[in-house]
Design a protein around this ligand. Structure first.
Ligand code: SF4
Length: 235
């Protein structure tokens, strides 16, 4: 079993969503079936970066995770790209008996049986500003498999009013799924410093809208890693 891996790094803290603040090793898969207009992980998406991806056996990925974590179990986040393109089932099967917990974030376009073995499945359907269109049949298939995971949550990134209204509609369809909202970060170039006030303003705008509408179901969070490290990769 060979996996296309863009990077493995950590331990660091999870910067987003349900596991925010949790010590984590990230396994970033190479390749994605989407091309979101504001993707902040193009180095794991665009084939022009493919030469930097490694073809690693499952065992080699597991060895690296253990090495980075010093053999102390923590959460392993499978991200990308879209990790669901590849088969991470064998990696989960190696790590869970050793006490490691596995989370996966995917847009919900490809359903994988190994979703059932996860501790946390984060389904992150992309809003209209991404330029992508969600295949809700595929999304529902992901949800079905993720139902056996320890927890399944939804995360939506919001850039503008249209995204916000879309998120409300999506939430009305999936009202039982815990929902995390996150203001979008339009500055994705690792070399461009982020403006902390602009980040705070976007978070304030989103919070203000939800409160004014009496929409109290979602948790609204910043991207913690962007606040700490800006757009730097591998931290
Ligand atoms: S789904 Fe995620 S990784 Fe893929 S293009 Fe969109 S933002 Fe980037």
């Amino acid at each position: 079993m060979t996996l296309r891996i863009a990077e493995i790094f950590g331990p660091t803290i999870q910067g987003e969503g349900a596991l925010i603040g949790e010590p984590t090793v990230f396994v970033r898969a190479g390749g994605c079936d989407y091309r979101c207009s504001w993707c902040d992980s193009l180095h794991a998406v665009d084939s022009q970066y493919r030469h930097g991806w490694a073809a690693l056996s499952t065992e080699a990925v597991w060895d690296k995770v253990r090495q980075l974590s010093g053999g102390r179990p923590l959460t392993v986040s499978l991200s990308g790209g879209n990790p669901a393109i590849q088969d991470f089932g064998p990696l989960i099967a190696l790590g869970r008996p050793a006490g490691y917990r596995f989370a996966c974030e995917t847009q919900g376009s490809i359903a994988r049986p190994w979703f059932s073995d996860l501790d946390t499945l984060v389904l992150s359907p992309k809003p209209p500003s991404s330029g992508e269109e969600v295949d809700w049949t595929a999304f529902d298939a992901c949800m079905e498999l993720g139902a056996a995971a320890r927890q399944q949550v939804m995360k939506i990134v919001i850039f503008d009013e249209i995204d916000y209204q879309w998120a409300r509609e999506v939430h009305s369809r999936y009202a039982d799924l815990p929902l995390y909202l996150q203001p979008g970060n339009p500055e994705v170039d690792p070399a461009t410093p982020v403006d902390p006030q602009a980040l705070a303003d976007r978070l304030g705008w989103l919070t203000g809208k939800a409160m004014a509408d009496g929409w109290f179901a979602p948790r609204i969070l910043p991207q913690l890693h962007v606040l700490i490290w800006g757009n730097k990769r591998g931290v």
